[in-house]
Write a protein of this length. Structure first.
Length: 171
């Protein structure tokens, strides 16, 4: 096996150095994101990237809701790397971009990701950090508050939420 190849949940072998849209499988994305924790696991309770993705999708307009759902799908193949570390690893950003482009192509999404998705991602982030971190430090991010609260679910429920949201958007 190539040293840049990973094995996914469905058993597929994916070369991260040569990923193509044909390598991308929704069951791999859904399962992995349901098991990957946000904030590199530094939350008061486990909170999955899958649930976060559903939150972002619901904040987005209908036009960009699928992008909202899949905006972190590259993390199913690369893991969730904290933003400060990403800033220190320019090569990682290039790999992440390559994987995200393959995902966009696989699901027929425009490239680059719409600005609205970045905005709603920041809004979700601010809600999540307030609810899920033991201390709510000021990170200098300005985002319009998200109304309501956040009910954290387990990984199986998050996986189901993601699958249901995907089906809702593809009807």
């Amino acid at each position: 096996m190539n040293p840049t190849t990973i094995q996914t949940y469905t058993g597929a072998l994916v070369d991260l150095d040569d990923i193509t849209p044909d390598d991308i499988r929704l069951p791999d994305i859904v399962h992995s994101l349901a098991l990957v924790n946000r904030f590199t696991g530094h939350t008061t309770v486990p909170y999955s990237v899958a649930q976060h993705s559903v939150v972002v999708s619901r904040l987005c307009s209908q036009e960009h809701a699928m992008w909202g759902l899949l905006h972190d799908a590259s993390e199913a193949y690369l893991g969730d790397v904290a933003t400060p570390l990403k800033r220190m690893l320019p090569a990682y950003r290039l790999i992440e971009d390559r994987v995200q482009r393959a995902i966009a192509k696989r699901f027929g999404l425009s490239w680059p990701m719409p600005d609205e998705v970045h905005i709603q991602d920041k809004r979700a982030l601010m809600l999540e950090k307030q609810v899920l971190l033991s201390v709510d430090h000021d990170w200098g991010i300005v985002a319009r508050p998200v109304p309501g609260g956040l009910v954290v679910v387990g990984w199986k429920e998050a996986k189901q939420m993601f699958e249901e949201r995907y089906k809702e958007l593809t009807r």
